[in-house]
Structure formats: C-alpha cells, structure tokens
Design a protein around this ligand. Sequence first.
Ligand code: ADP
Ligand code: MG
Length: 678
Amino acid sequence: MTDFAKTDLSGYNIQYIKGVGEKRARLFNKLGIYSVRDLISFYPRKYQDWSKNTSILDAPEGETVAIKATMITPVKEALIRKGMTLYKCNFSDGQNVIHVTLFNNKYLAKSLRTFDDYILYGKVEKTFTSASMTSPQIEKLESANGIHPIYSATEKLNSRAIAKVVKTALDAIPHIDDTLSDEIICRYNLCSLDFAVRQIHFPDEEKNIDIARRRLIFEELLTLQLGLLKLKDKKETVNNLPVKKDCTNEFCKLLEFELTNAQKRAIAECIDDMSNDSAMNRLIQGDVGSGKTAVAAAVMYSAVKSGYQCAMMAPTEILANQHFESLSKLFGGTDLRLALLTGSTKAKDKKQIKADLMDGKIDIIIGTHALIQNDVEFKELALVVTDEQHRFGVEQRATLAMKGKNPHLMVMSATPIPRTLGLIIYGDLDISILDELPPGRQEIRTDVVTSVYHERIYNFIKKAVDGGNQAYIVCSLVDENESELISAKEYAEELQTKVFTGYNLGLLHGKMKPKEKDNVMSAFARGDVQILVSTTVVEVGVDVPNATIMLIENADRFGLSALHQLRGRVGRGRDKSYCILVSDNKSDSSRERLQVMKSTNNGFKIADYDLKTRGPGDFFGKRQHGLPNLVIADMLGDMDTLKECQKCAEEMLENDPKLDRYPALCESINNMFRKTDY
Ligand code: ADP
Ligand code: MG
C-alpha cells in the first residue's frame, strides 16, 4: 500500500487498497471510482456532526442527534418472524435511560458490550415516560468523536464502507502535492491541496469544511477556465471565408413579416463579424419565440449569396425536421438548395446528400448529430449554426468547426443566462441578445392554482381540445423515491382511462429512446395526439402552434426558468393560450415565486428572480450549458470564485501559455474535457 507514496494517484487502481480487492473494486467502479485519485476526489455529500452531543432529556423529539451514553443492559434477542430478528438494549447518559432497538443488525448487536461508552446517532422518539431510538448508528466513544462524512452510497456499498476505504487511502498517502504555485495559493487565500483533500473527507472541525471547499471549488473552476481559454486559443481566428455582401434587404422580401429591431441588430452584428478579419463566434441569445430562426436564415442567406455552404444543427430530429420545413418554405421561391440529414435519412439518400455536399450542390444542410460524422464533407462550408446551443457541448461545436476552413460559428440559445455569467461560460463567444418579441404576440395567461381545481382544469382542457386545440400536461416526480417513468406512466394511464376517455393521449418521458420521443412528438405536432402527457422532456424549440394549454403539475418543484421554457411551448399560434401552474405548496416563498410567473412573460426578468431566490444549482437544470459536469463547484452559486478563477487563469496563461509549470493541472484539464459526454 505504501508504494503509492510516489504519487501516481491516477494510475493506482483502487483494487489494491487494503480491504478493497477485485470484487469491491467493481462496486466502486459503479460510482465512477477507478483510481486512488478518483477515490479521494469522491467528496462527501454531507456530514454528520457527532461531536455535538446532547443529553437524553434535552434531545428534541423526532430530530437526529448524537447522544453520549453507556450501555447498561445486555442485548436481548427476539426472533419476531422468519428472517426478522430484533435486538434490544438500554443505554444511560447518567441521568436518563434510552431504549434502543436494532433490526437484523447482528454484527452491530454482537459488538456491543455492557458498561462501555458509545455515541448513539439517530432520531429520538419520546413518550411521557420513556425515550427510544430505532436503528441508530452506534459507535464506541473513542472512535466516534468528530464530524463524519456521508457519501453517496449504493445498495452494496454503504457510506461507512466508503469512508473506511478513503481513510485507508489517505493514510497511505504521505503528502498530496500541490497543483498550484505558492504565489497563487497565497494571493487567492487558499489552503493547500493536501489540507483540502484530507479535511473535505475528515474535517477536524466544522470551519475546515468551508476552507477545504473553497480550495476545491477554486481548483475545479480554475481548471474549467483554463480549459475554455485553451480551447479558444486552439481555434484559428482568421477569417478565410469573408462574406462579401449583405443581402439582408433581399432576404426580407421573402418574409411574411417585418423583422424586429432586435433581429435586425443581431443579423447586422453577424454579417459584420463575417466580413471582418476574424471568423465569427457568436451566441444569439433570445427568449422563446423571439425569432432566432429568422436571424439564422438571414445570415445563411447572405453567406450562400457569397458562394458558400451553411450547416444548421439541431439537437433532435423533430427540431431538424421543423427547421427544414420552415426554411424550405421560406426559400421556396429562390435558387437556394436545401437538404435534410438526420439519423433516419435512408442510406441511399444519405449517400447522395453527402456526394452533393462535397460537390457544392447543396447550399444549406440541416440536420442532427449526423452532421458531425467524419464522412460528411463540404465543398466550401462557411457557416455553422447550432440551435438550442445548451444541448451541445463545446467539443461538438469544435468538431463541426473543423469541417471547413475555420467556418463562422453561430449558436442560438433560449436559456436566458445573465450576461455576466454568459461572458464567463461562453467566454469564447460574442453575444447578441434578442430582447424583443415580434409584435402582436399574445400574452400567455398564467394562473396559479391548487389541485382542488383539477376537475375544472380537465374540463377546460376538454373544451379546448373539442374545439380543435391541443394541450400539454407536464408532471414532475411526486417524490424522490418514485421513478419518473412510473409516475408519468401511471398518471397518463389514469388520465386516459378516468378523465380523458375517448381522447388521444400521448406519453413522453426521459427514458424513451430519441426515436420514440420523436415519434410521439411528431404525432403531437401533426395533431394525431391531442393531449401530450410528459415529464420535463418536452422538446425545446418544437413549434406546435395549435397547442394552447400548458398544464404543469407540482409546479413548485421546477425552477422558474424551466417553467418559463415550458410555458413557451404554447402561445405560438393565433389562439389565446394558457399556462396553468398547479401547486399545493403553501409556503410563502413558493407562492411568491409562482406569482412571478403570473406577473411577467419576460424570460430575463424571470431568470434574475430565479437566480436571487432559488438555489443557483437548480437554475440551469441538469446539463443545460453544454459544459463539463462539475463535481463540487456550482457555476452560479460560486460566481465570485468563478470570476477570480477567470482572472487567475488569464494570468497563468499569459505567463506560461503551455502551462509547463502545472503538469497536474494540465492532466485535470484533459480529464475534465474528455470526461464530458454529450
Ligand atoms: P425561437 O427564437 O423560439 O426559436 P422561432 O424562430 O421559432 O423562435 O420563431 C417563433 C415564431 O415567430 C415563428 O413562427 C416565426 O415565423 C415567427 N417570427 C419570427 N420573427 C418574427 C417577426 N419579426 N414578426 C413576426 N413573426 C415572427
Ligand atoms: Mg428555436
């Protein structure tokens, strides 16, 4: 064991840590832990403080506490039925007695000795005359003191077992070498990495947890920033594909509507970028319905008129189909040649399309991931547009960008992130904001109600559907233990059989294959499905103008920004649209939050409020930003650190562009950006 003193921690398989072995190593693997480095980077989820103990008398009923007590009666065993043994014994803290019951825990029961001192950790139940604890954690007083780490465990590998292995590993590492220079550590007021790693697992006192966290968050965000800056650096910046003329006026004649000023501004910024010395790298950020597609179409039009090809990539097939249809219609009267390439394109057609792309017989190709495959080649690809950018990773963007002579990049996103944050996480992009909705958009009427109103809501939906409209019903998890799948399925079944008999319901949930999702979504878009019951996977960006009702169950469980995105699925056609938020949560903060949804349709305002009131971790939802997953840092919650890290990263790269002085950090950067699976 001591032989990993010469710290190749990443290369040291956990299998060889004392007490692990091949079989348990596999359990660790399930948690993503393979090397000693992975193990010591597997931070506790929370802590239990066993050092603050209370007397039996003072222990509040129903709360989890630590009690220091002596065992005063031997363990009594009772077999209550086959496979269920109870162990009972009594403890005293010198003044009062507490009864302890253990279920089936023979190992623990047999280890207890009368007159020994222990710490009992668990919930206390009280009656007028007695106190008791059921299945508490019990440890010998000598070994129990202090703050205990709690890890995310699995069925076969509990938190205690993980803690023990982490302890063994840390004890065998004489010193964890620092990744940062003393100067940086000092300047940013950080503790050493060695201290941070040891204290995050086994803090000597509570305040050390924060000190350790600060260092580890700093390390992670710095790695992220360095990675992003290097990525930006790798990118060629010269403009090999200048757009020679601005054909926006000509393009406008194709539209049935006037562009908004915001759209005009964004288009001008793009064309300006593309005719300048360096290639375009621009994020078009606009609320749902702000008309991002028209901006992309205009910019592509000018690019094609300069003799180039364009590619537009969407995260799902149905979205790619929709873009293809609407752009085909828009460009119907022109000489622009469009094609669609997705996973479902027939092999024969695919071959033809690829050949045509190479020959320059296609001007605009629209598609999904299929577009970034190796065998797709272009004659003169000048512009790559990615829609709903947050679904794509930085890397994917980069792959598509490799396909030409450094083509211009335009990414479109409806996720309204605050500008300051945008600049940091999309550090390599310029940003245009569409802060204006096309005129004449109807406000979506939003109501917040309790579940008492269900019957009325259902009738309201029936009436709308009978009149030819469609509705979304979004349900989230009812409780953590329930699988998303089951709750959505059950709910859909209940609705179909008990409420909406005779109507066509569709079900969409996260466990479905992309193809299945597309099928359901397409059926809904065609109008074959009248009511779509869904978990939160309602596809971003899909246009079903006929849908006029968005019903969201347990609305308080969603972030406001997520609610706003969902609401944006309706109000896309001519008919008056409604968003109904159902919530039985009576807390003031929850009510107030939902009222914000009622009071404004402005995504940026909502995002701001969301940011201020809800834990920032929820803000993006999962994987909304297309950046690597962070283990400990929280992009928004740790905003200040993020800013510090950006500055620090810039300075480091200025002094040492290849980061020669920081080999360990280089390894972390590679790991972080490699691990990202999009
Ligand atoms: P998003 O920004 O959410 O992607 P879309 O590009 O899908 O929005 O546009 C939403 C709808 O608004 C489309 O039906 C589109 O034709 C329409 N639209 C876009 N720009 C304008 C405009 N300036 N005036 C009127 N309608 C517009
Ligand atoms: Mg869109």
